[in-house]
Design a protein around this ligand. Structure first.
Ligand code: SF4
Ligand code: SF4
Length: 403
């Protein structure tokens, strides 16, 4: 997947015309758009849908990914002299795969799933050695559920690709360039391995889409890539724009592209009391910009049967209301982690784990309320409990949007 600064999209539980947002995972964008359209085009109550990070393993070193971080306790890539990108040590189970039997049991807890997307914030689903078994679990238990896998395209044994090609699913290849450019952002992703897997999957009858993020270094190749996609048998080719691209960050991506992907982690760092002030300052700053949370994890339409119809599951079995919130335990910014540490203090670390609780109990829990409804207030006396993640991703300026 691709991360921060990349992607505007609309969320499935909002209707057309909703605001455009930053997105941590552009793997989600296609699915979310499709589901948004579905919501507009039907009056039927909606079944829930989930995204799952079935593996937290990835070979790549995209520096906008929460998988990567610099040695600084707070996310600071601007110090060019010292920026040393390594694996984020804060990620729980950073090199783990969801056990297949556990996944089978967990996904059975949803009664009638509408859609499952295998994606992830810090891992690639095709890194899972038994990804096709995980997909089969969904198909067996949710007969009317659509399945989509988003991948950088260069991982997975070929026999897994063969099997997936016959399962009636869609694979979205997140490939942002051709042989000479894709690796600039997607460090460590080998072109020959992508081509081998694209070819194999499509030749076996698999349904493939190509999702391309527009960068200055790949822009001149878009028309050619679109033609290639057509001739190679892709069903779709989509170019995605970045929302907050800057020349400074682009230059940094190009500089870091020369470095090999580190397999090492920095020593883990956690939040400290200093981050409480940082957090409150950040929230007040967002409020001062006129932002209030218009939650996209809550339907804006009463035809939707479920109050929280979309869930994100991490590779450790924890459930979250969205992919953005799913990163909070290991977020680049330690003030976000500080905010979540306050929640953990009250509800414990296993409150949202499917290994300990049923999905229905998780959604009814105090922890869920604390990271959703209870964090969307605008009370200056309680700025420390407001979620700056929600303000950042679902904040809307009321005066602007209403005018
Ligand atoms: S390909 Fe891997 S490193 Fe790159 S954004 Fe996706 S999960 Fe992160
Ligand atoms: S960022 Fe917050 S408000 Fe937005 S979808 Fe996620 S939990 Fe809901």
């Amino acid at each position: 997947m691709i991360h921060v600064y990349i992607q505007p999209h609309t969320h499935p539980v909002k209707l057309k015309g909703s605001n455009l947002l930053l997105c941590y995972g552009y793997r989600y964008a296609l699915l979310w758009r499709r589901l948004s359209e579905d919501l507009v085009n039907t009056t039927m109550p909606q079944q829930p849908w989930i995204q799952v990070e079935i593996s937290s393993v990835c070979q790549a070193g995209c520096i906008d990914c929460n998988r990567q971080r610099t040695q600084w306790p707070d996310y600071d890539w601007t110090d060019q002299s010292t920026a040393d990108w390594r694996i984020n040590a804060g990620i729980t189970g950073v090199r783990s795969h969801y056990p297949v039997d556990q996944w089978h049991q967990h996904v059975s807890q949803w009664r009638e799933l509408r859609s499952v997307q295998f994606c992830g914030n810090v891992g690639d689903p095709m890194a899972h050695p038994h990804i096709s078994d995980c997909v089969a679990s969904v198909i067996q238990q949710h007969r009317h559920c659509s399945v989509d896998i988003s991948t950088n395209g260069a991982l997975g044994r070929l026999e897994q690709w063969d099997r997936l090609a016959h399962m009636g699913i869609t694979v979205t290849f997140a490939v942002d360039g051709l042989e000479d450019t894709n690796h600039i952002y997607r460090r460590g992703v080998e072109w020959s391995r992508i081509r081998q897997r694209m070819t194999r999957f499509i030749e076996q009858g698999g349904s493939a889409e190509w999702c391309w993020v527009d960068f200055p270094w790949n822009r001149h190749q878009i028309d050619h890539a679109r033609e290639l996609a057509h001739s190679w048998g892709f069903r779709g080719f989509e170019v995605r724009s970045r929302y907050t691209a800057t020349d400074q960050f682009d230059a940094h991506i190009v500089r870091v592209s020369q470095q090999p992907v580190s397999r090492e982690s920095h020593p883990p760092t956690g939040p400290n009391p200093h981050h409480q002030h940082q957090h409150s300052d950040r929230v007040r700053q967002q409020w001062s910009q006129g932002l209030t949370v218009r939650p996209q994890c809550v339907p804006q339409d009463d035809t939707v049967a479920h109050r929280h119809p979309a869930h994100h599951i991490n590779a450790d079995g924890t459930v979250w209301p969205c992919c953005w919130m799913a990163c909070v335990p290991f977020h680049h910014s330690l003030h976000e982690q500080w905010w979540y540490a306050q929640v953990i203090d009250q509800v414990g670390t296993t409150w949202n784990s499917l290994n300990h609780h049923h999905i229905d109990d998780i959604i009814d829990s105090l922890g869920w309320q604390m990271i959703t409804d209870q964090s969307w207030h605008t009370d200056p006396q309680r700025s420390h409990t407001a979620s700056s993640i929600c303000l950042q991703h679902c904040g809307q300026c009321v005066t602007t949007s209403d005018s």
